[in-house]
Design a protein around this ligand. Structure first.
Ligand SMILES: Cc1cc2nc3c(=O)[nH]c(=O)nc-3n(C[C@H](O)[C@H](O)[C@H](O)COP(=O)(O)OP(=O)(O)OC[C@H]3O[C@@H](n4cnc5c(N)ncnc54)[C@H](O)[C@@H]3O)c2cc1C
Ligand code: SF4
Length: 321
């Protein structure tokens, strides 16, 4: 591991200034410390952002949930109001890793975590994500990789929270230079769709401040995932859904799949199809087909397709029970 300076930022503006000295933001360190140990990241400065005012807030007004970037996954999963009002989000947080990881990992760090592709995580492999010329997963081991991509990199987005927040139409407030800017979840990951080297659309000095979730009456949400291990593991496929529910009829549905694309995977056609529909096995399967239309499995990951279909069906069913 290289030597680095360690500083604690007291304001968002100073955090942004400090990180410009070849630095990286440090929150819980669950992802970044691994990258440092493997020499995947060699910053000169680590900017601790845990002391920034307001970033531990988890509160609601009449119209909006505000979730600070340094709220831990454990706080999110355990908060009784979040569990009641945003069960899909609470479940997504609860499904992350293990209790130890959830106690330390933060909302900001979860959204900004880097690729888990095993070629990327190998210190000696220079793949496209590290500026090399080849994607080794395409011809190699692609079991955990994407079914959709817009670039030569097939590493999927692994953040549970990104999938749940996308279903809730959340906005991510980012300190960009001197002023805060608001990004949709689609904005936050758009660059990862088209640029192999990008994990997300954040610039190196973009600081996530908070996530805002609009409160919508009659809205229910759900999140389910399939992983190889029940703990200490990432999802093979995840699914989040949110909708206004009347009986078993859905309105304004947002159906999102995770771990199958470098972005939270949504299809307008699937959301539109579900408008005004009752949740039945047939409607859920049709929505899944629309969502997975044009999926392109690689050598080892076609098995994700039936899992994704089953997850869509079960997640939609959860909205109406
Ligand atoms: C064994 C294991 C299993 C896991 N399983 C899952 C899982 O199932 N699902 C899942 O979603 N995640 C999983 N994770 C990932 C884990 O959730 C993240 O590593 C953790 O949430 C990162 O949060 P952190 O606060 O520790 O971030 P850090 O490690 O401190 O930072 C992570 C990245 O985010 C950047 N960053 C941190 N804060 C900010 C900010 N405010 N603004 C901008 N950039 C920022 C850092 O510079 C770094 O690049 C797992 C991790 C491990 C080790
Ligand atoms: S999928 Fe992406 S991260 Fe993995 S080897 Fe290919 S280019 Fe690298």
């Amino acid at each position: 591991m290289n030597a680095f300076a360690y500083v604690t930022a007291q304001t968002p503006e100073s955090a942004v200034q400090l990180v410009r000295q070849d630095g990286r933001f440090l929150a819980g360190g669950m992802d970044l410390l691994g990258e440092l140990k493997e020499s995947l990241a060699t910053p000169k400065t680590l900017v601790n952002v845990k002391a920034l005012p307001g970033t531990n807030d988890l509160r609601t007004t009449g119209t909006m949930w505000t979730i600070g970037a340094n709220v831990t996954l454990a706080m999110l999963a355990a908060n009784s109001e979040v569990r009641r009002a945003l069960p899909g989000l609470a479940t997504a947080a609860l499904e992350v890793g293990s209790p130890q990881i959830r106690n330390v990992g933060t909302v900001g760090g979860n959204l900004a975590q880097h690729s888990r592709c095993w070629y990327y995580r190998h210190r000696d492999i220079e793949c496209r994500k590290k500026g090399g010329t080849a994607c080794f997963a395409r011809q190699g081991e692609s079991k955990y990789h994407s079914l959709f991509t817009g670039s030569m990199c097939i590493s999927p987005l692994m953040s549970n929270l990104a999938i749940a927040f996308a279903a809730l139409d959340a906005r991510v407030v980012v300190q960009r230079g001197r002023k805060p800017e608001t990004l949709t979840l689609a904005d936050l990951y758009a660059s990862a769709w088209k640029t192999p080297a990008a994990h997300n659309s954040l610039r190196p000095d973009d600081l996530i401040l908070r996530v805002e979730v609009p409160i919508a009456s009659d809205r229910r949400s759900a999140y389910l995932q399939v992983a190889e291990k029940s703990d200490f593991d990432w999802a093979i496929v995840s699914c989040a859904a949110a909708a206004k529910v009347n009986g078993s009829t859905l309105r304004a549905t947002r159906l999102v799949l995770g771990a199958i694309a470098p972005i939270p995977w949504q299809a307008d056609a699937a959301n539109a199809f579900l408008e005004g529909k009752n949740v039945t096995t047939e409607t859920a399967e049709r929505a899944a087909d629309l969502l997975l239309r044009d999926a392109r499995p690689f050598g080892d990951n076609a098995y994700k397709l039936p899992i994704a279909k089953a997850l869509v069906r079960r997640t939609l069913m959860q909205l109406v029970v």
